[in-house]
Design a protein around this ligand. Structure first.
Ligand SMILES: Cc1cc2nc3c(=O)[nH]c(=O)nc-3n(C[C@H](O)[C@H](O)[C@H](O)COP(=O)(O)O)c2cc1C
Length: 391
């Protein structure tokens, strides 16, 4: 899929209205709230608690969404927005839009095809994605399903150096363009909805496809075909609470790929990352799933952008729910946003086609928001396009 879309993303509305003239209505809800509600009703109890659950009182999950409401766009007029271009480059890699799919683990809970549905849905549009470590399909299968669109590998750093090395080198070989180390997951957050189900996916062998396919992991097992043994070993190598800044030096030696840290919220951590030779950051609180009461990602962004925005690639997730939200994050300093739960809602409702529809709706809204604000490319979206809300 080429980086240039066959029609401007914003024109997706024309398609919907044209189909309407033939008596056809969209199969999925178009409003983000409607999509969320329908996905919630569709999922079974385990999937629902896993996807919708956040840490503690879920205060940070709410704060993530509210933070976007605290900024307002101030549109400019009469600026010829007939031709627009959403393409952008992050870490030298061409993206069709300043958006990628966030790494979401264990998607097999939502639909049987899991990560392959996400990869195929993204591939149909040419959108980039970040593949999780804890998946129901191997990183090689996901890369193949995603085709030519850019993919990065999210690493949950195993506490076994040989397994870490092996996963990084497999990601390189499979064509991943960056390693995204998630640093906010030293332990699973206290997530009451999951705890009420008493259900840890890995304990049932869910999300461990990358481990059982890994030669270094298999070399640690007495019987590599024994699922029970695989689950036991997985639970000893993940997570890795002893990880420190020094370990990044090891990773730097293991790979020539760009390295990003996902889960940074403090400007001093951003500065430390820069000192350690990291190439980019994902400003993220993991969708409010780790520290209840943590600062909203968008609220953390301006200080981080001021500290390192000129030198590091900056991405953000947590609470991005619309094209307007993406616009605001870009205005506050990110090169791209990661779209999280909304594509999983699409997947729950209609598999790979649901993922594709969610992406098309999201990009249409971003393109129209940009155009109607008087701008024609992501590089033109600057802080000046926003004001703090008065109420
Ligand atoms: C069900 C679920 C599973 C997730 N799994 C992972 C994962 O495997 N690795 C990771 O780095 N982040 C994971 N995340 C966090 C996302 O990458 C992203 O930070 C988060 O979804 C952003 O919040 P939002 O979806 O509310 O916008 C997961 C999030 C959800 C909702």
């Amino acid at each position: 899929m080429s980086a240039t879309p066959e029609m401007p993303f914003g024109d997706y509305y024309r398609l919907i209205y044209m189909k309407g003239m033939a008596g056809e209505k969209p199969e999925l809800p178009v409003s983000w709230a409607g999509l969320e509600e329908q996905a919630y009703e569709t999922m079974d109890e385990l999937a629902r608690s896993y996807v919708f659950g956040s840490a503690g009182t879920e205060d940070t999950a709410r704060a993530n969404a509210e933070a976007f409401r605290h900024w307002r766009i101030v549109p400019r007029m009469l600026r010829d927005v007939a031709t627009r271009d959403l393409t952008t480059k992050v870490l030298g890699q061409e993206l069709i839009a300043p958006v990628m799919l966030a790494p979401v683990g264990v998607q097999g809970i939502v639909c049987a095809e899991g990560e392959l549905a996400a990869a195929r849905g993204a591939s149909a549009v040419g959108l980039g994605l970040v593949a999780s470590t804890v998946t129901d399909h191997s990183l090689e299968e996901i890369a193949e399903a995603h085709g030519d669109a850019p993919h990065w590998f999210q690493l949950y750093w195993p506490n076994d150096p040989e397994i870490a090395q092996s996963m990084v080198s497999r990601a390189e070989t499979a064509g991943y363009g960056a390693i995204v180390v998630t640093v906010d997951n030293a332990f699973p957050g206290w997530k009451p909805r999951d705890l009420e189900q008493a259900h840890l996916p890995g304990g049932y062998g869910k999300g461990i496809a990358n481990y059982v396919a890994d030669p270094a992991f298999r070399a640690r097992m007495k019987d590599p075909e024994d699922q029970g043994e695989a689950i036991g070993l997985f639970l000893t190598v993940f997570p890795n609470p002893a990880l420190t800044w020094e370990d990044l030096e090891t990773l730097r030696e293991l790979t020539s790929l760009p390295i990003l840290l996902k889960g940074v919220l403090h400007p001093d951590d951003a500065l430390e990352a820069r000192e350690r030779g990291v190439d980019g950051l994902v400003v993220s609180n993991h969708g409010g799933r780790q520290v209840d009461g943590a600062i909203a990602s968008l609220d953390a962004l301006p200080d981080i952008a001021d500290a390192v925005g000129d030198e590091l690639a900056l991405l953000l997730d947590s609470g991005v729910r619309s094209g307007a939200d993406a616009f605001k994050a870009i205005a506050l300093g990110v090169d791209a946003v990661l779209l999280g739960r909304p594509y999983i809602w699409g997947m729950a409702l209609d598999g790979e086609s649901g993922v594709e529809t969610v992406i098309r709706m999201f990009l249409a809204e971003l393109d129209l928001t940009m155009a109607l604000s008087g701008l024609t490319s992501p590089g033109d979206i600057e802080r000046d396009a926003l004001r703090r809300a008065l109420t």
